[in-house]
Design a protein around this ligand. Structure first.
Ligand code: SF4
Length: 671
């Protein structure tokens, strides 16, 4: 007969912690009591009674002085804690931290005026404790039918006893969905219970018979038994080895064993030992090879279990160990780290990055490496994933440092004297290493992903950054590369896109991506530009014409003007013969007046075109700065000449007036 033990069976983290806390009181000089049975297991209770820790139902049973009370893993109400304080009792709180979390949720829902429904057994001490945290207002329902009886409310919060079945909980939630417009549901079912149920169901597929080891008063053991029975495999619940019956094993070749969360390992082992005894008795006269092999398998199983129970090396502070994620909450993760030990990773120890919830990082079942930070007095192992990740990242970065590798990082913020860069962990980039020159505004780099080299690496540094990075050398190298590429490809007459780097009185330096060229003020526009800053701004992108190259002196002269239409070209497109346009007299000559019709574009009103009468001197008709209307009478694109007439413009205007007058006369004769 072969025996198989479920992957998850026996003491859960909460019970193990409570037992550890109780064991810690054994040698203390005060007399300690547990408020209610420490765990739902007679054998464990008897063990502690023998050690002097007796179980009481009410605090007023304690009359002696110098006593203390242990609050068991199920937790209790705030009133009872208060009463213990008033009585002057010492308190050791072994409430499972998952149950404590339920207390917090309930207190918070109560504070926000939610009506609270607890799915669970009203007589269970955990549920009674939970209800206490709702100022005794929470309603306990044991089934969907009971949930249906609840009256509709404004705001409803639903939670579960930690050891309940998830499917049943969701059925209760379903029954409550129409009871309120605002419902908050917290799945507070503990994964220890879920994992034990899941492992038991899986094991049922491989065995002919299941033994569920656990106390009759243990609710989660009862659930386990039910789960096993529903698979169709014959299942028996026993409290200890004495309840085994040899009859059960007749014709059975494989037996599965699981145990509730309050069953200690030594009871499971006793069950295994007793089964072997049965087998030995049955096999006295049978020496067939198969049986020998099965016995050998069982011996291996015992040995493995004993190793787990007795020889398992308790991880020490600083050890890096592997574990399986068994519960993920927003602010902490519970990890099974082998040897039936479970540890907690607080959110702050989960990741090198800032995240809002641990659910963004891991899932139940994930295998992760963790570092043991410390054992709390209460037996909880405090773990860090961040420190393991950090070590791995540092190992990689050390290689990069030793090999002078280039690495990528994102600038995450600025601090005094430099920038912070995420290169897996946060490194420091001194201001003098940000670029190859002075950087006016470091904040411009925040959010950018850039390339760096590590210039300082010290993993033992306690203050300041362990890693200092620089991009100065890389910037210089990149500029050299671009410069070389620039001179290899640049030709006079090309049009290139550049960026205004610096503006000076005589022009602007344009970064052409590897090299800077000068755009002289006279080459900025066809119009006269007083100062380059009137037209250009630093950082502006623009197209420039390569006007001249001096490879020896590494100089490039640029023109913007060449790529722009000249005022003449614009005027020639814009004006046509016969157009009446506005202009300003800018100069007078003996043969006529020059009129500016567009900035930089003058036309000539010949003296003969100034008036209908003979004009002796142009000054007799117009003066400089006069704003006048002129008619375009000729355009010479080749000679860039525009002939204008003031006389014709006036004649046309008069003619228009006459026509308008005559038209108005026609309209008046209509009546
Ligand atoms: S079953 Fe879960 S909630 Fe209950 S004591 Fe164990 S770990 Fe805590």
């Amino acid at each position: 007969m072969q025996a198989k033990i479920a992957k998850h069976a026996g003491f859960c983290a909460g019970v193990r912690r409570a037992v550890k806390i109780a064991e810690g009181t054994v040698n203390e000089w005060e007399r300690w009591y547990s408020l209610g049975p420490l765990v739902h297991n007679h054998a464990v209770i008897n063990y502690f009674t023998e050690k002097g820790i007796s179980s009481i139902e009410r605090l007023d049973e304690i009359t002696a002085e110098d006593c203390g009370v242990i609050i068991r893993a199920h937790g209790t109400t705030p009133d009872i804690v208060h009463q213990a304080e008033v009585q002057g009792l010492k308190i050791k709180d072994a409430t499972c931290h998952l149950v404590k979390r339920v207390h917090e949720i309930v207190a918070s829902l109560r504070g926000e005026a939610y009506e609270i429904v607890v799915f669970g057994d009203a007589n269970h001490p955990e549920v009674q404790g939970i209800v206490g945290w709702s100022d005794n207002t929470a309603i306990v329902v044991a089934s969907p039918a009971e949930a249906c009886e609840i009256k509709p409310v404004n705001k409803l919060g639903i939670i579960s006893q930690t050891t309940k079945d998830e499917k049943d909980f969701f059925e209760v939630v379903n029954a409550l969905l129409h009871k309120s417009k605002e419902i908050r549901v917290f799945n507070t079912i503990c994964s220890a219970t879920k994992l034990r149920q899941q492992a038991a169901r899986e094991l049922c597929r491989e065995v002919d018979l299941m033994l569920v080891v656990g106390d009759q008063m243990s609710s989660n053991t009862a659930t386990l038994k039910r789960e096993c029975a529903t698979t169709g495999v014959p299942s028996y619940q026993i409290q200890d080895a004495s309840e085994l019956e040899s009859e059960w094993f007749k014709g059975i070749s494989t037996v599965g064993i699981t145990a509730g969360a309050s069953t200690p390992d030594w009871i499971i082992k006793e069950v295994l030992d007793r089964m072997t005894e049965y087998e030995e008795n049955q096999d006295t006269n049978q020496e067939n090879e198969d049986t020998n092999q099965e016995n050998q398998g069982n011996e291996e199983l015992f040995a493995k279990m004993e190793a787990e129970m007795a020889e398992y090396k308790t991880p020490s502070r600083g050890d890096v160990i592997k574990g399986t994620v068994i519960q993920v909450l927003d602010d902490e993760v519970m990890v099974d780290v082998g040897g039936k030990s479970e540890g907690i990773i607080p959110l702050r120890e989960m990741s090198l990055q800032d995240v809002d919830s641990a659910k963004e990082l891991v899932n139940v079942g994930d295998e992760i490496e963790v570092l043991v930070l410390k054992w709390d007095d209460d037996g909880t192992i405090l773990l860090s994933k961040k420190k393991v990740d950090s070590k791995k990242v540092l190992d990689e970065l050390e290689k990069d440092y030793n090999n002078d590798n280039v690495l990528e990082g994102t600038v995450t913020g600025s601090v005094k004297g430099g920038l912070l860069v995420d290169v897996g962990i946060t490194a420091f980039l001194p201001a003098s290493h940000v670029d190859d020159g002075y950087v006016k505004n470091l904040d411009d780099f925040v959010g950018q992903t850039l390339k760096f080299k590590i210039i300082e690496f010290n993993r033992n540094k306690r203050r300041g950054s362990q890693i200092v990075v620089s991009r100065r050398e890389l910037v210089v190298e990149e500029k050299e590369r671009l410069k070389k590429e620039f001179w290899e490809t640049i030709e006079e007459g090309q049009t290139r896109t550049g960026k205004v780097k610096r503006i000076v009185d005589y022009g602007a330096f344009i970064d052409l991506g590897g090299f800077e060229g000068l755009l002289h003020v006279s080459e900025i526009d066809h119009k006269r530009v007083e100062h380059p800053a009137d037209v250009l701004t630093e950082g502006q992108e623009l197209d420039v014409f390569i006007l001249g190259l001096d490879r020896e002196k590494s100089r490039v002269s640029l023109s913007r003007k060449k790529l722009l239409k000249s005022p003449w070209e614009i005027a020639l497109e814009k004006y046509h013969e016969g157009d009446i346009i506005d202009g300003t007299v800018v100069r007078i000559a003996p043969f006529g007046a020059f009129v500016e019709i567009d900035p930089g574009v003058d036309g000539l009103v010949h003296i003969s075109q100034l008036a209908n009468h003979r004009v002796e001197k142009p000054e007799d008709v117009v003066s400089v700065k006069d704003e006048i209307k002129v008619k375009v009478i000729s355009i010479d694109p080749e000679g860039k000449r525009i002939g204008l007439s003031l006389k014709e413009a006036l004649n046309d205007a008069e003619q228009e007036e006459v026509e308008e007058y005559l038209e108005s006369q026609d309209d008046n004769t209509d009546y």
